[in-house]
Ligand binder design. Structure first.
Ligand code: ADP
Ligand code: MG
Length: 689
């Protein structure tokens, strides 16, 4: 047998089963082999009937003493078989529903091996009962129950392809398993004490002991993480090598001027990040750097400096932001501070007319603009740069890797690349998700900020909350009110932005200017409202999540989030990051009935911490990696066996091993074909040249 053979050639699988398997994505024997157990049942200890404990799951065995059959259920159509088992130490009553065919086999004297949940028996002779069996087996003459014990794999099964089918076919496959080519170079396998692959697969599907299972799992998780790390590191290496990057010169007048004009001194962290960037930009290889820093940590000024540096060297720079509002805000800021220095800054977004857009295209192609700031519109077909030297994406987690790459291809040269994100992923995950980038972190917020204080309140407190907000606005502050929906609907009692807007402006805030901004408004209207809020004319801004990322109004020190349970943790943290940007004590009030346990737990975490890293970790824990990463566009292969949270130590080792592989020519030529084969769609551009 060949491991790449079509699954239909495996004994016990005909065309029908093969078609069903195909629906699960299992086409070859290898696909079946990597259909990893989702759990295990520990049947390694056999409990005697006298030792059973109600409420636990146990593996036991006994001899059938008598069997009863009756009809039950609402219309008497349910067949119920009840057998009394004994083993000399005690009795157990076992029930099967709708398995009439078992009656022939469950004759007195038959011996049974079974695993299930132990319950108290109602009536009957035994003290305990089992009606939820996870597995059972009628023993043949001569079989001993001890011989059946073990650790059983539990597969994701379907109605037509049940647990027993997978267990049986896996045994057939393992029994015929050919030699499998190793995918980890031998020296590395030795160094990290990995099992041979064939053995690892065998023990994973058929573990003799829990210790053996652990070793097998570790081997295969290592292999998976190692391959992905090799792929990412190769991508990173190839993006630099052979590419003629731009060698920027040392900082000169323009950069120094802008630096001198800043209204504040850079923090130590910002200083360090800026040094990293200067170093990268001045080196002949293209920069590929991620700047990670919590909301409000001051990433924008770093982007500004980097853009000025590329312009100073005679190149153009581009900054892409995920929302119109954020792009416009950056544009206003940069335009105002750079125009006096003779730097030409342009804006490009979907809201421009065709004519306006084309004017920008021409200016970019003719190098009549030095910097362009915009939304996704920057990666449209018509955009071409005369001399693109630096590409920045702000809030990268909102973009896919593909979009970032599209912008990088907009010039004839290989531009430097800077990516900024407010850490929606735990620190420990950076290596996997952004494995192809160098990372700089801003760990501390600028000085003089007071930590935001967050409260959780029931909706009946709204009058008091808004009274307090009104007082604060009267003292000169500004505030946000965030709502989950734009407009009200009949089948929802959630407060919509429009309803809350009307309630507040005609109610307690009748004497102040209240604004409304949401995603369905025309770009120009949105822009006008935001401008008035920036200027301080609008005191209270009612909005949807359109203000979630990037918006910066330091005078705003209050935020009320209506129906806070409707938002994810990462999103709440981003929203809350709009306040706490000035010298005043800021308050965030989460309004929620918080009916579900999960909602209360999430909001409780918001109240207790302002630390984005911690929140991301909690979010990942609460939602599980599937959903957490599903919401992010990272463009990485799905992990089949490794677990991003609990396998951190394996990940670090795999990364270390992958680094060693890259440095060794023979290992590299070994690994590249494997990568191309196993992760074709992710790493197809990789070569070992
Ligand atoms: P983010 O990292 O969320 O993008 P911003 O760049 O918007 O954060 O910065 C948040 C606020 O902090 C802005 O008002 C900015 O002017 C201010 N800021 C940035 N760096 C400093 C600093 N070193 N000292 C004081 N204030 C700073
Ligand atoms: Mg920002």
């Amino acid at each position: 047998m060949n491991i790449t053979d079509d699954i239909k050639y495996l004994k016990g699988i005909g065309p029908k089963k093969a078609a069903l398997l195909q629906k699960l994505g299992i086409r070859t024997c290898y696909d079946l082999l990597t259909w990893f157990p989702r759990a295990y049942e520990d049947q390694s200890t056999l409990t005697s009937l006298a030792e059973l404990q109600p409420g636990t799951t146990a593996t036991t065995s006994g001899t059938v003493m008598n069997v009863q059959e009756r009809q039950g259920g609402r219309n008497g159509r349910l067949s119920i078989l009840t057998a009394m088992l004994g083993d000399g130490t005690g009795y157990l009553q076992v029930t099967w529903f709708n398995q009439k065919f078992l009656k022939k086999k469950l004759v007195p004297g038959a011996r049974i091996f079974l695993t299930g949940k132990v319950e108290y028996a109602y009536g009957g002779r035994g003290q305990y009962a089992m009606s939820q069996l996870s597995s059972f087996q009628i023993l043949k003459a001569g079989d001993s129950p001890e011989a059946q014990t073990g650790i059983l794999p539990v597969y994701s099964a379907t109605e037509q392809l049940n647990q027993n089918f997978f267990r049986k076919e896996m045994q057939i496959l393992l029994g015929n398993l050919p030699e499998l080519p190793e995918v980890v170079p031998q020296a590395i396998a030795q160094r990290y004490q990995l099992l041979p692959r064939r053995e690892a697969f065998r023990e994973l599907h058929n573990p003799p002991t829990l210790t053996a299972l652990k070793t097998a799992r570790r081997t295969l998780a290592f292999e998976e993480l190692y391959l992905i790390q090799c792929g990412l590191l190769l991508l990173k290496k190839q993006a630099r090598e052979g590419q003629h990057g731009i060698r920027h010169l040392e900082n000169s007048t323009l950069v120094k001027q802008v630096m001198a004009q800043l209204p504040f001194a850079l923090t130590d962290d910002q200083q360090q990040v800026w040094q990293d960037i200067v170093h990268d930009m001045q080196s002949p290889e293209p920069m590929r750097r991620l700047v990670q820093g919590d909301v409000g940590s001051g990433k924008t000024v770093i982007a500004l400096l980097a853009l000025v540096k590329t312009v100073e060297n005679g190149y153009q720079g581009a900054l892409m932001a995920p929302t119109e509002i954020l792009a416009a805000q950056h544009y206003e800021k940069f335009h105002t501070s750079l125009t006096p220095l003779g730097i030409r800054v342009g804006f490009l977004s979907g809201r421009l007319t065709k004519k306006q857009r084309e004017a920008i295209y021409t200016q970019l192609a003719n190098h009549e603009l030095d910097i362009v700031i915009g939304t996704h519109a920057l990666i449209q077909e018509g955009v071409q740069f005369a001399k693109l030297g630096l590409v920045i994406t702000d809030e990268q987690h909102r973009f896919g890797i593909a979009q970032r790459a599209a912008l990088e291809k907009k010039g004839a040269l290989t531009p430097d690349v800077l990516v900024m994100t407010a850490t929606p992923i735990p620190r420990t995950m950076t290596l996997t998700v952004y494995g192809d980038l160098d990372v700089s972190q801003i760990r501390h917020l600028p000085p003089g900020r007071q930590p935001i204080r967050t409260f959780l309140r029931l909706p009946d407190r709204r009058p008091l909350i808004y009274k307090y907000v009104h007082e604060q606005l009267a003292k000169g502050r500004q505030a946000y009110v965030v709502c989950p929906l734009i407009e009200g609907s009949e089948d929802s009692d959630l407060p919509s932005a429009e309803e809350v807007y009307d309630e507040l402006r005609y109610g307690i805030f009748y004497d102040m200017r209240v604004g409304l901004v949401h995603g369905r408004m025309k770009a120009a209207d949105k822009e006008a409202v935001m401008q008035d809020f920036y200027k301080g004319d609008i005191k209270l801004l009612v909005s949807t999540t359109v203000i979630e990322v990037g918006v910066n109004v330091p005078n705003a020190s209050l935020m009320v989030i209506e129906h806070a349970d409707r938002f994810g943790l990462a999103q709440l943290h981003q929203l809350r990051g709009r306040i706490g940007r000035g010298p005043w004590q800021s308050f965030c009030i989460l309004v929620s009935e918080g009916k579900s346990e999960n909602a209360r737990e999430r909001l409780g975490i918001m109240v207790n911490t302002n630390d984005g890293f911690k929140l991301a970790e909690e979010d990942l824990r609460l939602r599980g990696p599937g959903q957490f990463f599903g919401a992010m566009q990272h463009g990485l292969p799905d992990l089949k066996i490794a677990d991003v949270l609990s396998d951190m130590d394996i990940l670090l080792q795999a990364r270390e091993a992958a680094l060693a592989t890259l440095a060794k020519k023979s290992d590299l030529s070994f690994i590249v074909p494997i990568l191309q084969q196993q992760y074709h769609e992710h790493f197809e551009h990789i070569t070992d040249a």
